[in-house]
Design a protein around this ligand. Structure first.
Ligand code: SAT
Ligand code: MN
Length: 586
C-alpha cells in the first residue's frame, strides 16, 4: 500500500520486535472494516447491537482495571526532565525505549499486527498531520476508523515524506502495573502498552493531537489545544466561531452541539459543531486565528447524555457507533446508561458484563463509559467541518467546574490577561482519568494532562501568539456553568441556555454589550444576560456574576504557590498579572 522507505523500515523493525503472526494494512474500505467487525463479534471483543434500532452499532467492554486515562503512568520522554517540565511525568528516552521494548517484545505472538495510516485533519490539508498506528486490537482499528481519517489516501498524501508520527500500541495482558503511555516528542513517537481504553490507545487523540502536536505547534508557530469549536449563526445568517477549553468530562460535547432555547430558535439562531475536543489553530493569511478539528468523530461521555441535555449527540450515536462500558439491554439488544431516560432495562448486564439489577443501587454504566460516533452523523455538524483552511475564531473561552470561585462569565482585559486567566484555571476532577473525583486541581487551559513540554514555555508560546495576532487576536473569556448555591444546587440551568452567555460573549467581541469591571475582569452588566423564559431571578444572576474578594484573595495566594512550580520558566508577564490582580483585590 506504500513504498515510503521510512514507513516500511519502521514497520519491519516493529514487526521483528513484537513478532505478529500476520500483518494487515488498513485500507479504509468498508469491506475490510466490516470483515473486522464480524471477526470482533466472533471472538466476543464486540457485541453486535439491534440492527433495526441501532444500525451498525456495537458494544465493547474494557477490562475492569482499564476504564480511563492513567495520568500517573503517562510520560513525556524528552531528552531532559526540564524539557518535560514540572507538570509531566518524565522518563529518560533511552531507559523508556528499553523498558517499553522489553514489555512489547514478542507480545503480538499469535496475534495480527494492524497498520493504521491516519490523518489528523482533512487528508491533504496544510493543517493536517499524518500518523501510523500499529496495534493488535481490532477495537482500536475500528475506533480509529471513526475518530480519524484512515486508509490508502493517507499513504498517497504522505508520499515519500518522513514527516509522520510513529505510534505503537500493544495490548499485552492489560496489566496495570506494566501500563505505560509514553511520548517521545523529539522522535515523533508514541508507545502505549498494557491498556485497551480510548484515551490511552487511540493514539491519534490525546497522545498525538495534543501531547505531540502541542510540542510541534510551539516549534512551528501554531497551537494544539483541548478545545471544542462551534459556530453560532445569528438571524442574519452570520456565523461567528468560538473555541472553548474545558477539562475532560466538563461538557465540551454538550456545548459544541448546543440547541438554542426556543425563543432563540424561533428568531433563527443556530449552533454548528466543528469539533468537541481538540482544536489546531494557525494564523491565517488575513492575520486572524483559524481553527480546524483534527478529528473525524466524537469520543463522548455517555452518562448524562439524553434527548434534553444533548439531542444532537444522542442522534449521532444512533448508527455506526461503538459503545464502551455501558449497560446492555438484553431484551432489546440495545444500550442504556445513567441519565439516558427514566426506564432502566430490567433484563440487563452492567458495564462489567454482570447481571444488573437497576433497583439495586449500583450504577449500570461506568461513569466514564463512552460512545465513539462518526462526526458526519451529527445533525448540527458544520458545513466547514471538512474545510482545509478551518474557521476564523472570534472568541476563546476557558471554563471549569467550580462550585464557588468563578462567576458565570467574565472577559479578560486583553490577550495577556487572557493568557493569565487560562493559566489559573482550576477544576474539579472527573472520572475521565483514574484517581479521586471532585477534587479541585489547577488545570491551565485544560491542558495539564496534555501539554507535551514545559508548561512555562507553553504559556510563553501563548503570549507569543498574541503578539503575532495583535489587534486581530480573539477576545478571551472564562465561564463556569457549575456554580452551586449554599444548598449545593446548580444555580445556572446550563445546556441550551448557555447560549445566552455565548451571545453576550459575541456581543462583547463586537463591542455591543455593556460590562462591569471587577478585580478579575469584566462581567456582564446587571441586565447583560437575557433571562427571558428562564427560571433564574435577577438576584440569582447577580449572585452568579458576583466576584467575592475574600475567595479571590485566597485564590490569588494559591495561584502564587502554583506558579512557583514553573521557576524561571514562568513568563514575567504572568507574574506581573498576578501582582496586578492582588493589587485590585486590596
Ligand atoms: O479518554 S480521552 O482522553 O480520549 C477523553 C478525555 O478524557 O477527554
Ligand atoms: Mn478531552
Amino acid at each position: 500500500m506504500t513504498t515510503n522507505k521510512s514507513v516500511l523500515a519502521w514497520i519491519e523493525e516493529m514487526k521483528n520486535l513484537v513478532n505478529p503472526d500476520s500483518v494487515v494494512f488498513i485500507d479504509g474500505s468498508e469491506a475490510q472494516l466490516e470483515a473486522l467487525r464480524a471477526q470482533a463479534v466472533k471472538t466476543g471483543e464486540m457485541i453486535k447491537l439491534n440492527e433495526e434500532k441501532l444500525p451498525g452499532c456495537y458494544l465493547h467492554r474494557t477490562a475492569v482495571n482499564d476504564v480511563a486515562r492513567v495520568e500517573g503512568r503517562t510520560f513525556i520522554c524528552a531528552k531532559t526532565k526540564e524539557a518535560a517540565g514540572p507538570t509531566n511525568n518524565w522518563m529518560d528516552p533511552a531507559e523508556a525505549y528499553k523498558m517499553l521494548y522489553d514489555i512489547a517484545k514478542g507480545s503480538y505472538a499469535g496475534r495480527t499486527m494492524y497498520v493504521i495510516p491516519y490523518s489528523m485533519g482533512p487528508v491533504g490539508s496544510e493543517f493536517s498531520k499524518i500518523g501510523i498506528e500499529l496495534t493488535d486490537s481490532i477495537y482500536v482499528v475500528l475506533n480509529m476508523a471513526i475518530m480519524t481519517r484512515v486508509g490508502e489516501d493517507v499513504f498517497k498524501a504522505l508520499g515519500d515524506s518522513e514527516d509522520w508520527i510513529k505510534g505503537l500500541h500493544c495490548k499485552c495482558n492489560i496489566e496495570e502495573e506494566n501500563r505505560y503511555i509514553c511520548h517521545f516528542p523529539e522522535d515523533n513517537t508514541i508507545i502505549s502498552v498494557n491498556s485497551g481504553y480510548g484515551g490511552n490507545v487511540l493514539l491519534g487523540k490525546k497522545c498525538f493531537a495534543l501531547r505531540i502536536a502541542s510540542f510541534l505547534g510551539k516549534n512551528e508557530g501554531w497551537m494544539a489545544e483541548h478545545m471544542l469549536i462551534l459556530g453560532l449563526e445569528n438571524p442574519k445568517g452570520e456565523i461567528k466561531y468560538i473555541a472553548a477549553a474545558f477539562p475532560s468530562a466538563c461538557g465540551k460535547t454538550n456545548l459544541a452541539m448546543l440547541i438554542p432555547p426556543e425563543k432563540y430558535r424561533k428568531m433563527g439562531y443556530k449552533v454548528w459543531c466543528v469539533g468537541d475536543d481538540i482544536a489546531w489553530m494557525r494564523i491565517g493569511e488575513d492575520g486572524r486565528l483559524w481553527a480546524v478539528n483534527p478529528e473525524n468523530g466524537f469520543f463522548g461521555v455517555a452518562p448524562g447524555t439524553n434527548v434534553k441535555s444533548n439531542p444532537n449527540a444522542l442522534s449521532s450515536t444512533q448508527s455506526g457507533t461503538i459503545f464502551t462500558n455501558v449497560v446492555h439491554n438484553l431484551d432489546e439488544n440495545t444500550v442504556w446508561w445513567e441519565g439516558l431516560d427514566k426506564n432502566p432495562p430490567k433484563n440487563a448486564l452492567n458495564w462489567k458484563g454482570e447481571k444488573w439489577d437497576c433497583e439495586g443501587g449500583e450504577k449500570g454504566a461506568h461513569p466514564n463509559s463512552r460512545f465513539t460516533a462518526p462526526a458526519k452523523n451529527c445533525p448540527c455538524i458544520s458545513s466547514e467541518f471538512d474545510s482545509s483552511k478551518g474557521v476564523p475564531i472570534s472568541a476563546i473561552v476557558f471554563g471549569g467546574r467550580r462550585a464557588k470561585a468563578a462567576p458565570l462569565v467574565y472577559q479578560s482585559r486583553d490577550w495577556q490577561h487572557g493568557v493569565f486567566v487560562g493559566s489559573v484555571m482550576a477544576s474539579e476532577t472527573t472520572a475521565a482519568a483514574t484517581g479521586a473525583v471532585g477534587v479541585v486541581r489547577h488545570d491551565p487551559m485544560a491542558m495539564i494532562p496534555f501539554c507535551g513540554y514545559h508548561m512555562g514555555e507553553y504559556f510563553a508560546h501563548w503570549l507569543e501568539m498574541g503578539k503575532k495576532l495583535g489587534d486581530k487576536a480573539p477576545k478571551i473569556f472564562n465561564v463556569n456553568w457549575f456554580r452551586l448555591d449554599d444548598e449545593g444546587n446548580f444555580m445556572w440551568p446550563g445546556f441550551g441556555d448557555n447560549m445566552r452567555v455565548l451571545n453576550w460573549i459575541l456581543d462583547r467581541c463586537e463591542g455591543k454589550a455593556d460590562a462591569v469591571e471587577t478585580p478579575i475582569g469584566y462581567v456582564p452588566a446587571a441586565d447583560g444576560i437575557d433571562l427571558e423564559g428562564l427560571d433564574v431571578s435577577k438576584e440569582t444572576l447577580a449572585e452568579l456574576l458576583n466576584v467575592d474578594k475574600e475567595i479571590w484573595s485566597a485564590e490569588a495566594a494559591d495561584i502564587e504557590e502554583f506558579f512557583k512550580k514553573f521557576g524561571d520558566k514562568l513568563p514575567k508577564e504572568l507574574s506581573a498579572e498576578l501582582c496586578e490582580l492582588k493589587a485590585r483585590l486590596k
